[in-house]
Write a protein that binds this ligand. Sequence first.
Ligand code: ADP
Length: 205
Amino acid sequence: MAIRDSKSPNTYWYQSGVTREDRENMNRHRGIIVWFTGLSASGKSTIAHAVEKELHDKGVRTIVLDGDNVRYGLCGDLGFTDCDRSENLRRIGHVAKLFLEAGVVVLTAFISPFEEDRSRARRMLDRPEDWLEVYCSCPIEVCVSRDQKGLYRRALNGEIPYFTGVNSPYEPPQNPDVTVDTSKLSVSESVKRIIEAFEKRAFFF
Ligand code: ADP
């Protein structure tokens, strides 16, 4: 499937009279996309939800876009070939941008194995500070040992085609904003590092 990133014919963007700044002023914090990347079982979902809980408790508006959940509907027609993964992330990038316009903190938890797909999502944004890339770095042996869903075992048995780290590549980010080695840091230590990165960006009004 070709990557689609154009618009439908005869359509025009309707500019809302309520701006992102209006919404952010009401929220008393900025919107931002926190893009987690890392191998399956590296801890993306666990940490994204823990960050969400901490922010929510501080009164911050949040949403987690989680790998499996979006494949129940929005991306349920896609598989895991390189091309389908790119299309998956293209859609996620646009959904995340809509939430950003709503002044929400969007936490995306997808393997997102390819640099090009991650940078395409980042390039769609108007300001560099709208994007915080979090690399959940974790040796694959540790991910395999966690294997809560039995996916690595099945992939290593050849039952799952295109499984990242086994029979599909993972390109680590070259310049992530935050790296958390989840084989060494506890969940709360990782959360702390990520929240600190928020605080450095004058996030709260
Ligand atoms: P992913 O979203 O990257 O596939 P998950 O968050 O679904 O990963 O799964 C990671 C698993 O590893 C969870 O069962 C989590 O409890 C466990 N885990 C153990 N130690 C850590 C840690 N230090 N940080 C994050 N997850 C951890």
